[in-house]
Design a protein around this ligand. Structure first.
Ligand code: KDG
Ligand code: MG
Length: 402
């Protein structure tokens, strides 16, 4: 019987930092898992190296569900992003191995295709409305059928989600950048640029917006009502999602669809949101929510309640995560949309292969497994660089949700 012979953890910063787990079996089959937790990367690397790798060696790589239960229940300490990201890396690597052993792409192991391609949205942004409109135009010209729109709030001179270079990268400083925030200014301004987008480009594409956890439930309800004429595909993370019950109030006041979940890690974190149908799209991901095995479980629960999927896909999700996401997206019946920002050139020098983009849709790789390779030699050219996500402060100096 095949055994896990080796498990190695790589930390490198090709364009940005990624933590990658590589499991090798006694038959020489190699599987990859993403273990990147933006701004807290080394905590997961240590969890893997110091606590999980010693448990993996000698185990049967084919027993994916059993491994998941063993690592989750065996930790005793439940949930949390560090634990769930580490478990996700092992789980994803084992799915990669299973696909390679079977000679099938992972989506075939998940039941095969439910659709021909995976609808994606990308990020348009601008320092003001005019710049945002140009950027939306650019994405539509590239063939995207869904675009997220964010513009800097003039009174505070910025906000989350505004691209500086070719790719949006919030974790850009050696210590956290402190950014100002003013809710009233945002609430006055954001609806105006979303309206401007619809006025200029019409309704022939999906328009999304990320509130990034910054509003109270009542403020979110007010925002949702204000943008109803824009017919958003969704408003994302309208309020911090730790308090699942808070979404009831938003739901009662607006028909703007709601998406949340990118910072949540387990089925229990989204249980009320899903079973009470307080959201329309669940944004949990392969890498931060326990891998393919656990994300499938979340998606299946969501399917029972008519909630669709809309997984996080920012640049801090490595090409291994993106590949795994697209295998799941193409297979599950309740897929909604997939976020896709692409990756820096340096990132793609290290991670080769993966899904392909055509006409605003991603298509999974047809090679056995996930279809991504990790070039260890290339990674050595990009040593680890510590980077933090920013912190938001209100105008009175107090800390706000970033
Ligand atoms: O690491 C944090 C980013 O992934 C996050 O800020 C991006 O909100 C985000 C999104 O929707 O892509
Ligand atoms: Mg988001």
């Amino acid at each position: 019987m095949s055994r896990i012979e080796r498990a190695e953890v790589f930390v490198a910063s090709p364009g940005r930092t990624f933590v990658t787990l590589r499991i090798t079996t006694s038959d020489g089959v190699v599987g990859l898992g993403d273990a990147t937790l933006n701004g807290r990367e080394l905590a997961v690397a240590s969890y893997l190296r110091d606590h999980l790798v010693p448990l993996l060696v000698g185990k049967d790589p084919a027993r994916i569900e059993d491994m998941w239960q063993y690592l989750y229940k065996g930790a005793y300490w439940r949930r949390g992003p560090v634990t769930m990201t580490a478990i996700a890396a092992v789980d994803t690597a084992l799915w990669d191995i299973k696909g390679k052993v079977a000679g099938l792409p992972v989506y075939q192991l998940l039941g095969g295709r439910s659709r021909d391609g995976v609808l994606v949205y990308s990020h348009a942004s601008g320092r003001d409305t005019a710049e945002l409109l140009d950027d939306v135009e650019r994405f539509l010209a590239l063939g995207y059928r869904a675009v997220r729109a964010q513009a800097a709030v003039p009174e505070v001179g910025g906000t989350y989600g505004i691209r500086k270079g070719t790719l949006y990268e919030p974790a850009a400083t050696a210590l956290p950048d402190e950014q100002p925030w003013d809710t009233e200014a945002y609430l006055n301004f954001a609806p105006t640029y979303l309206e401007a987008v619809r006025e200029r480009f019409g309704f022939g594409f999906h328009l999304l917006h990320d509130v990034h956890h910054r509003l109270t439930p009542l403020e979110a309800a007010r925002f949702g009502k204000a943008v109803e004429p824009c017919r958003l595909f969704w408003m994302e993370d309208p309020t911090p999602a730790e308090n699942q019950e808070a979404f009831r109030l938003i739901r009662q006041h607006t028909t703007t669809p709601i998406a949340t979940g990118e910072v949540l890690n387990s089925i229990w974190d989204v249980q009320t949101l899903i079973t009470e149908q307080l959201i329309d799209y669940v944004r949990t991901t392969v890498v931060h929510a326990g891998g393919v095995t656990h994300l499938r479980r979340i998606f299946d629960l969501a399917a029972l309640y008519g909630v669709r999927t809309g997984s996080h896909g920012a640049t801090d999700l490595s090409p291994v995560s993106m590949a795994a996401a697209v295998h799941l997206d193409v297979a599950v019946p309740n897929f909604g949309i997939q976020e896709y920002m692409g990756h820096a050139e340096e990132t793609l020098e290290v991670f080769r292969g993966g899904p392909t983009l055509a006409d605003g849709m991603l298509h999974p790789s047809e090679v056995p497994g996930l279809g991504v390779e990790y070039d260890e030699k290339a990674a050595e050219r990009f040593p680890y660089q510590a980077r933090y996500l920013p912190v938001a402060r209100r105008l009175d100096g107090s800390v706000h949700d970033w």
